[in-house]
Design a protein around this ligand. Sequence first.
Ligand code: HEM
Length: 123
Amino acid sequence: MKKDIRNKKDIEKLVDTFFEKVKTDVVIGYLFNDVAQVNWDNLLPKMYDFWENILFHNGNYDGNPMYIHQELHRKSALKQQHFNHWLVLFTTTIDDLFSGTKAEEIKERAANIANALMIKTLT
Ligand code: HEM
């Protein structure tokens, strides 16, 4: 029986597992590794805070994802298929690890944010 997402430790597990897939992913991996040349030690804690803020309203996230993805798009075109694939990876990661109200909530929030980012970025 899988457990729900209960605390920051669970969020860290979710984010770490997701980005392990992203790093070697054939569809979106290059955007992180080559285009943005992400410093993972910096990005992962920001992602923990981002999702903690969304699920539990107590993270320290104060970044601007809209701007960051627009800058990324300026360097290398983001397409609808990138967003769709990001969402499939994220959703399957959650389903592999967790089950419950918060697990459902985070999938819904991710889909809504992906949609908003996509509309802003691609138009
Ligand atoms: C096409 C799909 C996506 C791609 C290729 C992508 C790629 C990236 C990359 C490369 C960065 C790091 C940028 C840098 O450090 O210079 C980043 C940061 C981030 N992404 Fe995405 N992303 C995607 C979708 C999403 C979605 C759907 C969400 C939220 C639901 C999201 C949330 C974030 C956040 C919170 C950050 C950290 C921003 C910060 O530094 O404050 N991303 N993304």
